[in-house]
Design a protein around this ligand. Structure first.
Ligand code: MG
Length: 391
């Protein structure tokens, strides 16, 4: 299938609405430049070298980490988001380095056990200021990484931090603004958009998990190719593949699935790039700042958006709410709640920097949120004497 777009030469100049690293709003603590890298490349490097980034390899995406070696983890998911985001950024002449930095950092605040872990910590923290993984991702890069002599966190640029803070309630936004007026929470009060690069990572995130959750869902046996015949976006590419390669209908292995997903991803990328080019031309923002005051400009066409929504509805009911997934996540959720209670009653069971923190419940949430799936299971066994899953 040919890519129906005129692509810019490489390296291409940034579009006038792209985030130019030379015009970054900078870091909270100013630092001298680090040539030859620009400030967003430098952010990316800090993220890749962080402890939180390495932990992503043992954190659940949908399937708990011990269920199989080939399922996506938060790390491989983040790499796929970065790959998709960079491809689109290059075609759109947006800032590829910033897209990569945001993509690699976007899930750093995720708890062990995916959304089950997030729900458990949100429950435990209900009367202690709450817990939300987007805010936690910002907390990781602003505060929790402890690797520089002069500051806590990674001291990233405003643009990377803005992209990491993808969602935020008005209440949380007001609280963040008290500590940092004009910070990345300001847009949730003003009702403006984040940079085009941040908008792009949001869509690349959805593109990545829609495709890889089908792959992992089929691999796990929880969803079947036959079920996917009811999902238009998948079924039409599957028909196309079978028309060109009829033998794949009976060939063992997953070539039919992989080729269908490959075509589905390519078509979504082509649509995203073409639709975004059209909205950018129509709104013609004068620069990156003006783009923040436009409606969201990085988008799918209305037709593809409807297909994507239908696919997400299918994944939600057939996979994320599958009884087997629900059973596993219920166990994981109660394990994290028990772990939270155990550290609350015995803070000394945590490392000293967490055990002695002024805000005790927040320190427990920070400690648990940073854990990998398997470390959380080991700690749960150590502190309760019980095993959550058969090993
Ligand atoms: Mg993600």
């Amino acid at each position: 299938m040919s890519f129906p777009l005129d692509l810019p030469p490489y390296p291409a100049p940034l579009a006038r609405w792209a985030s130019d690293p030379q015009h970054s709003r900078g870091r909270r603590l100013p630092e001298p430049a680090a040539p030859p890298r620009n400030e967003h490349q430098r952010d990316r490097d800090r993220i890749v070298h962080s402890t939180a980034f390495r932990r992503l390899v043992y954190k659940t995406q949908v399937f708990i980490n011990h269920e199989g070696d080939l399922f996506r983890t938060r790390l491989t998911h983040s790499l796929e988001v970065a790959q998709l985001g960079r491809s689109a950024a290059r075609a759109l002449q947006l800032n590829e380095d910033l897209v990569e930095a945001i993509a690699l950092a976007h899930d750093l605040g995720h708890t062990p056990f995916g959304h089950a872990g997030q729900d458990a910590l949100a429950d435990c923290m209900r009367s202690h200021g709450g817990f939300e993984h987007n805010l936690q991702s910002l907390r990781v890069v602003d505060l929790l990484e402890a690797r520089y002599p002069a500051f806590d966190g990674l001291n990233l640029t405003f643009e990377t931090r803005e992209g990491i803070l993808k969602h935020c309630s008005a209440r949380n936004a007001r609280q963040l603004l008290q500590a940092e007026p004009d910070g990345p929470a300001q847009r949730f009060v003003d009702g403006t958009q984040p940079s085009l690069e941040a908008q792009l990572v949001n869509l690349a995130d959805a593109l990545a998990y829609n495709a890889h959750d089908i792959d992992d869902g089929v691999r796990s046996g929880l969803i079947t190719l036959a079920q996917l015949d009811d999902v238009d976006l998948f079924a039409r590419f599957k028909q196309q593949v079978l028309a060109e390669h009829p033998a794949l209908a009976t060939v063992p292995g997953r070539r039919l699935l992989f080729e269908t997903l490959r075509r589905m991803l390519s078509a979504q990328m082509a649509d995203l790039i073409a639709s975004t080019q059209a909205t950018l031309q129509a709104h013609a923002p004068a620069d990156a700042e003006a783009a923040r005051h436009c409606p969201p400009l990085v988008c799918f066409s209305a037709g593809l958006q409807a297909d994507v929504t239908a696919l997400q509805r299918f994944l939600f009911s057939a996979l994320y709410r599958h009884p087997q997934v629900m059973q596993t996540t219920a166990l994981a959720r109660s394990a994290l709640a028990e772990l939270f209670a155990a550290y609350r009653s015995d803070p000394a069971a945590m490392p000293a920097d967490f055990a002695t923190a002024a805000d005790a419940p927040r320190a427990v949430a920070d400690y648990i949120a940073g854990m990998t799936d398997r470390f959380a299971l080991r700690e749960h066994h150590r502190l309760t004497g019980r095993r959550v899953f058969e090993e």
